[in-house]
Design a protein around this ligand. Structure first.
Ligand code: ATP
Length: 753
């Protein structure tokens, strides 16, 4: 036995908590009209998830809550709790006992609880569907609804049979898959539309990106070329500067040397201008020498003369000495003679002046006297003084000679000195003449060499100027490249190349760089990162959409496959189920009518539509399969019932009597229940329309059916009550609330009345 108990609290007429335990295969609920029996049957529907308030005889959720009476205030909530013994695991949940509870509040909010945990309606429905306790309520036949299956249209009938056959699970799965498929297709359409929308933008961005990529390629190319160019240019400038410096340095030294040399030579030549002075000095010297030599000669002559005089005086002294002692050789001094002569001449002159004879005569006398006196004087006189004088003179002369000889010595010294100076000067002049010649030669040579050095320096200066321009150009180029490529360009310094490259290759490189720059300028570079970012974002979005589309299509495909599988399974199991039901239906029908035939026919629609979009299941949808228009018109599969009463030519359901309808529907219900027995069946006065004979047959069938399912029977029928193992009486007191009591058979019969 699966069903253990049901507990009602605040549900409809059950103001107080009331519990029914189903310890028997067949339980009967009995009681007078209006006591609340049907409320118990409805409690089953309610707790199992019935969504149609109408089928619970209400207009809104509130109608299901105890409304209050004089002695019992109205309740805020209605709750029904059903307890299953799940030791057989007929419910796919790992609990020995499963309690399902539903609560409805006055604001119509419903709560579903499985084993104390709040769940969704869907969880309850799915859990029950797997145990053939479907929401179509085929196992809860409410009062007056015994022939519901006969009254239903073919589509509803099919749904009820599917439910009874336990195919609802597949139905739900199919509906769920269909719902998902529709959603997936919507998503596919939406995704496709999104992709279509962004496609022109992507195409536009792609073109932009191609341009940007071209710019990036150009810039990369420029960067590579520029790095090499800068490295080589820098190296070229350094090397050329070094080479020029190296070449210039010795030239400058040389130039300095040459200037010095030239100055020296010039100085020498300048010195030549003073040669005249030197010459004059030489001439002076020469003149002095001449003069000195003349002086020397004079002195020589003087000496000679003095020598002669001395010799003559010596000879004269000798003679005088001889004469001093001989008259003959008496010596009269010239001076004395001259003095005499002078005296005579003076006398003569004076006489002449006067000019008279007397005077002349007198003068002659005087002259004669003078002469006589002179002779006399000199005859007697041995004049030694002359000798002494002469010797004195000799001495004087010797002295003079000595002095002259001294002077001569001096003069000789002077001469030799002058002669030395002269020779020295002469040598100097000769030497100077040689120096000048050398200097002149040097000037010519230096001039020639200077010319060469200057020419080389000039060439280097031209090179320097060219290099300066190259350096300035390079500086400017570096700034420009920095602006185009950023500081990365400065990394050129760390590169190394083979620098033995001809200069024209570098110039060619520069031209190439210029061309790239122009192309870059033409391409324009603004907003590059934005374009790339946007393109990346948009294409990532597109890729995402593409992947999503692929995923969606894949899932649509697998959903379609699943639906096809489910359809196949549904149709196969449905067909097999209907065949099995037909076997039982035929038997039960024959038992009920003592013969005849009944059969379910699957009615094929004219136009098949696999996707039943109108009955999509979700938490919001009402799980009400009743109602609606004839399914045939909508082109759905359906179930038609064919009856063939014994001894009557009645074939249509419409032509059956009320009792016949009840018997047919009971036969069908029992057939269905036997083929796929639900854990329990609630039958609310299904036996109401039966006469005594049929009540007996009904009760027999009940007993048979109880082998497969637990039965809860609400009944007034004594025969039915007699088959129940447990009996509950429902009474309603003055307060209008239902009360439950376990009763014995006889008591039940009384209560039922
Ligand atoms: P019958 O044998 O005639 O079919 P029954 O025993 O099945 O009668 P029910 O139809 O189950 O009787 O009970 C109906 C009773 O429940 C009515 O008296 C009605 O007033 C009462 N009832 C229904 N809803 C509520 C409610 N919300 N609050 C209080 N009482 C309610």
């Amino acid at each position: 036995m699966y069903l253990k108990s049901i507990e009602l609290a605040g549900f409809k007429s059950f103001a107080k908590k009331s519990e029914l335990n189903f310890t028997s295969k067949i339980s009967a609920i009995v009681g007078p009209n209006g006591s609340g029996k049907s409320n118990v049957a409805e409690a089953f529907s309610f707790v199992l998830g019935e969504q149609s308030i109408k089928s619970l005889r209400g207009k809104k959720g509130e109608d299901l809550i105890w409304n209050g009476s004089n002695d019992t205030p109205r309740a805020n909530r209605a709750s029904v709790k059903i307890v299953f013994d799940n030791s057989s695991k007929f419910l796919p949940i790992d609990y020995e006992t499963v309690t399902i509870e539903r609560v409805v509040h006055r604001d119509s909010v419903n709560e579903y609880i499985i084993n104390g945990s709040q769940v969704r309606l869907r969880d309850v429905v799915e859990l029950l569907a797997s145990a053939h306790i479907g929401s179509s309520g085929h196992h809860i036949i409410s009062q007056g609804e015994a022939d519901r299956i006969l009254n239903a249209n073919i589509k509803e009938r099919k749904s009820m049979i599917e439910d009874a056959l336990g195919l609802k699970m597949y139905q739900y799965k199919k509906q769920e898959s269909e719902r998902k498929l529709i959603k997936t297709r919507e998503n596919i359409a939406q995704t496709q539309s999104l992709r279509r929308e962004i496609m022109p933008h992507i195409r536009f961005l792609k073109k932009q990106v191609e341009k940007v990529q071209k710019t990036i390629e150009l810039r990369d190319d420029l960067q590579n070329q520029a790095l090499e160019y800068c490295r080589r240019e820098d190296e070229y400038i350094k090397q050329t500067t070094k080479r020029i410096d190296e070449e210039k340095s010795p030239l400058l030294t040389k130039e300095k040397e040459l200037i010095k040399e030239l100055n020296e030579a010039k100085a020498v030549l300048e010195g030549a201008k003073h040669r005249d002075a030197t010459s004059e000095e030489l001439i002076t010297l020469e003149q002095d020498l001449h003069k000195t030599r003349d002086e020397k000669d004079n002195l020589f002559r003087e000496v000679g003369k003095l020598d002669g005089e001395i010799s003559s005086l010596v000879r004269m002294v000798k003679k005088q000495e001889e004469l001093a002692f001989s008259l003959e050789h008496k010596t009269i001094t010239l001076v004395s003679v001259e003095t005499l002569s002078t005296q005579i001449e003076t006398k003569i002159k004076e006489a002449k002046k006067i000019g008279d004879i007397e005077t002349l005569l007198k003068t002659l006398d005087e002259v004669g006297e003078l002469l006589s006196r002179f002779i006399d004087k000199n005859k007697s006189k041995v004049d030694m003084s002359l000798l002494t004088e002469a010797q004195k003179d000799i001495e004087n002369l010797k002295e003079s000679k000595k002095q002259i000889e001294e002077s001569l010595g001096k003069i000789k010294n002077k001469e030799s000195e002058l002669s030395f100076q002269y020779t020295a000067l002469q040598n100097k002049i000769e030497k100077e003449k040689d120096s000048n010649r050398d200097a002149e030669k040097a000037v010519f040579r230096v001039m020639a060499e200077s010319q060469e050095v200057r020419s080389k320096l000039h060439t280097l200066a031209v090179e320097e100027e060219t290099l300066r321009l190259i350096r300035e150009d390079f500086k400017r180029e570096l700034t420009e490249l920095g602006m185009l490529l950023g500081t990365h360009i400065l990394q050129f310094q760390s590169l190394s190349f083979d620098f033995n490259e001809p200069r024209n290759v570098q110039e060619e490189r520069r031209r190439k760089i210029e061309k790239i720059k122009i192309r870059l300028e033409d391409a324009g570079g603004a907003g590059e990162t934005d374009v790339l970012k946007e393109y990346t974002e948009v294409s990532e979005r597109d890729a995402f959409l593409e992947k999503e589309l692929a995923d969606l299509e894949k899932s649509a495909e697998s959903l379609t496959e699943l639906i096809t599988d489910l359809d196949l399974r549904l149709s196969t199991e449905f067909k097999n189920g209907v065949d099995k039901i037909n076997i039982q239906f035929k038997e039960y029908f024959a038992v009920m009518f003592g013969g005849g035939e009944a059969k379910l026919n699957v009615v094929k629609p004219e136009k098949k539509n696999n996707i039943d979009e109108s009955v999509l299941f979700n938490d919001e949808s009402e799980l009400d399969f009743a109602g609606g228009t004839d399914g045939k018109a909508e082109g759905y599969d359906g179930i038609d019932i064919e009856v063939n009463l014994p001894k009557k030519k009645i074939k249509g359901l419409m032509m059956l009597s009320g009792g016949e309808r009840a018997l047919t529907s009971i036969a069908l219900l029992f057939a269905i229940s036997q083929v796929n027995p639900p854990p329990f069946i609630v039958l609310d006065e299904t036996d109401a329309a039966l006469d005594e004979a049929n009540s007996k047959k009904y009760s027999d069938m009940i007993e048979n059916l109880s082998k497969y399912s637990q039965l809860i029977l609400i009944t007034h029928n004594r025969e039915t009550m007699s088959r129940a193992g447990i009996l509950y009486g429902v009474t309603m007191g003055m307060g209008g609330s239902s009360k439950l009591l376990s009763v014995a058979f006889e008591e039940a019969v009384t209560i039922a009345k």
